[in-house]
Write a protein that binds this ligand. Structure first.
Ligand code: NAP
Length: 291
């Protein structure tokens, strides 16, 4: 059995500091997988949860530079709130309006990235050879994960992005924002119950609502609307095997789970901070040992 990297780690003067800021962060699974990535890459780094009260976000972000941090992840509710305190934003972070990773460069500049968005499509490309260019992508939800997924689909040249959300107005607001940034992409906002007959059949279905986290949650979409031969990804990672994934596989879709997305967004962040390749298998194995 692989030893838990945190139990064997020695922290010293040259250890690179990494972490996650959020409120709360007690539930975070990132320390396990980031410690595994560092151990596998032979990088001397320590990754710690940093609970930051919403009133202190600016102090915390400025403090990263002062304390010599190499970078941090940013989680709920701070993903949009950190932006005013950063020196630079990646295209994704600016377009989506949310940062999930901050890199502190050697010159002290603070750069905001969003690795949730590329993580989704990196998994779909690696696992299923899927390229959204010219295709129809159905995104379920209109919260933070859905926004990242829908924005990146348009950024990668999707012909049509369909946003299906319980609260139609939130879906419409998101659709209008993406349409403004990507006029060549058709962007539709519908309620999940009015998808049939009003949207083209999707090539990819991205489940980015919170549905599936509780055992008695309903399915986020009627299985009949999942076209056999399409591909699916569920953002929910606890539990890993959701009812949505079960329904998608039963209908003949190829599907990837939320743990893959969790690992991939973390792996992309690790690579930004350290410049070293992240061992995704080691990261996933660490999550399995740290339920
Ligand atoms: P969020 O901003 O709070 O958005 C939640 C979304 O779920 C909204 O679209 C909301 O619809 C919908 N929703 C919630 N309860 C619902 C219900 N009972 N019926 C129908 N729709 C419902 O959350 P988020 O940050 O986007 O996260 C969404 C999910 O993605 C969570 O499960 C989260 O853990 C997961 N996630 C995973 C990763 C990963 O790396 N695997 C990364 C980010 C997020 P309304 O607008 O109508 O409220």
């Amino acid at each position: 059995m692989t030893p838990d990297p945190r139990s064997t780690q020695r922290i010293g003067g040259s250890t690179r500091m990494l972490g996650v800021i959020g409120w709360p962060v007690a539930h975070t699974r990132s320390p396990a997988m980031q410690s595994a990535a560092a151990a596998a890459a032979g990088v001397d780094a320590a990754y710690v949860p940093l609970p930051v009260h919403p009133d202190l976000v600016g102090d915390a972000v400025r403090g990263l530079r002062a304390l010599g941090f190499a970078g941090v992840n940013v989680t709920i509710p701070h993903k949009p709130a950190v932006i005013p305190f950063l020196d630079e934003l990646s295209d994704e972070a600016r377009g989506i309006g949310a940062v999930n990773s901050i890199v502190v460069r050697e010159d002290g500049r603070l750069c905001g990235h969003n690795t949730d968005a590329p993580a989704v499509y990196s998994i779909l490309r690696r696992r299923f050879g899927f390229d959204p260019a010219g295709r129809t992508v159905l995104v379920l939800g209109a919260g933070g994960a859905a926004r990242a997924s829908a924005w990146k689909a348009a950024h990668l040249g999707a012909a049509c992005v369909v946003i299906a959300n319980r609260t139609l107005e939130k879906g419409e607001t998101l659709a209008a924002d993406i349409r403004r940034q990507f006029p060549a992409t058709e962007v539709l906002a519908l309620s999940p119950s009015s998808l049939a007959g009003h949207a083209p059949p999707p090539d990819a279905v991205l489940q980015m609502t919170s549905l599936g986290m509780k055992p008695d949650d309903p399915l986020p979409i009627a299985p009949a609307l999942l076209p056999p031969g399409a591909i699916a990804l569920d953002g929910v990672y606890a539990p890993v095997n959701t009812a949505f994934l079960g329904a998608a596989r039963e209908r003949g879709l190829q599907a990837a789970d939320g743990l893959e997305m969790l690992v991939e967004q973390g792996a992309l962040a690790f690579e930004l901070w350290t410049g070293s390749p992240a061992d995704r298998n080691a990261m996933r194995a660490a999550l399995a040992m740290d339920p």
